[in-house]
Design a binder for this molecule. Structure first.
Ligand SMILES: [Zn+2]
Length: 357
């Protein structure tokens, strides 16, 4: 009897990536060749930092050269993403994959290039960080709450014993422009919460009647009005609201109980995630569809991201989806132009830049 023969499983995605590695190996067979390719790309825009001369001489195989005019030393990779590069080949492979629009996780790159996972992750983060620099003013702002489905990895920013999604409550608004938008949004929203607020006002008013201390007509609203995504200390709230400290503390606990505010580390108060989310502008259906695609993209190739670095993965998504903008040579050029982002201090803002066309 003939039994059905089991076909060996072939990972197509792996084969596609391996073919690109093979291509890089054929065009740049040695580390020297990889290096001179990077030099060739950096060369056109490289100037001496002391005299501005373009007559730069590089000792072959060395990353330091001399200026042909003033004779001072220059570093080839300074100001580019290659500044901490040990081996050039994995960089070329990663850039090639990005330019061809082939998604590849750091795990896969570490496998095909035979390097450590951390190095592979660093290479991709540097490249996408450079792409991110080109993202300014090019996309729409979408709140990171929309991407909750993709966020499942921890980072140093994740609060202890909480899901990575909770980082958002602690995320500080870095973009001052969107902070202004938040304030406007808040003014519109506060009228919606008015009944809710009146309810808590009554409760605190009756509690304060017993103590017979004069209170402001609506301390909740006053305190709530002072809250934002930026954590504020109780002392700050006392100073800003000019209310008694005990009233402020009581009000904050009421706001916390009604899920309007959250206490974070250092006894500071922020708006609760629910309220922050409610403040975010609604996204249109087209953006919503792309958010869904991004989540699929992340789950399929990266299994998940941390909230801290999600902005970098949004840049990666843009790079893979916009095949005209990031066609051959564009990613390499961008990598030679910028130093990328400082990964040690990078934290994704609450409103993320999202490009999809
Ligand atoms: Zn010079």
């Amino acid at each position: 009897m003939k039994t059905q023969q089991e076909k060996p499983k072939v990972d197509n995605h792996f084969l596609i990536v391996a073919a690109e590695v093979d291509f890089v190996d054929r065009v740049y067979p040695t580390e020297k060749a990889c290096f001179s390719e990077i030099w060739r790309r950096i060369r056109p825009n490289k100037r001496c930092q002391f005299c501005g001369s373009a007559r730069l001489k590089l000792k072959f195989g060395n990353r330091i050269g001399n200026c042909g005019r003033c004779g001072k030393k220059f570093r080839l990779t300074a100001g580019t993403i290659f500044r901490k590069m040990r081996m050039a080949r994995p960089y070329l492979v990663a850039i090639r994959l990005c330019e061809r629009g082939i998604p590849c996780s750091a795990r896969l790159l570490s496998r095909v290039c035979n390097i450590a996972y951390a190095s592979a992750l660093h290479i991709f983060n540097m490249i996408w960080g450079a792409v991110l620099k080109a993202m300014r003013n090019d996309g729409v702002l979408v709140s990171s709450f929309e991407f909750n489905a993709a966020i499942c990895k921890r980072s140093l920013e994740t609060p202890a014993q909480k899901h990575p999604v909770n980082e958002q409550e602690h995320a500080q608004e870095v973009n001052s422009e969107s902070a202004v938008n938040l304030e406007e949004e808040f003014a519109a929203r506060i009228s919606v919460f008015k009944p809710e607020l009146n309810l808590v006002t009554e409760s605190i008013a009756s509690a304060d009647d017993a103590a017979s201390t004069p209170v402001a007509p609506c301390p909740e609203r006053q305190i709530y009005g002072l809250l934002s995504s930026e954590p504020r200390s109780i002392d700050d709230l006392v100073a800003l609201s000019r209310l008694e400290a005990k009233v402020v503390i009581a009000t904050v606990s009421i706001l916390e109980l009604t899920d309007l505010a959250t206490l974070v580390s250092g006894n500071r108060v922020v708006l609760s995630a629910d309220r922050l989310r409610a403040q975010q502008p609604q996204v249109d259906s087209q953006t919503q569809a792309h958010v869904g695609q991004f989540v699929w993209f992340i789950k399929k190739f990266f299994h998940g991201v941390s909230r801290r670095y999600i902005q970098i993965y949004l840049a990666a998504y843009w790079c893979f989806i916009d095949r005209i903008r990031w066609a051959k040579g564009a990613v390499f050029e961008q990598c030679c132009k910028t130093a990328g982002v400082d990964l040690k201090t990078f934290v994704s803002p609450l409103n993320l830049q999202f490009c999809f066309a």
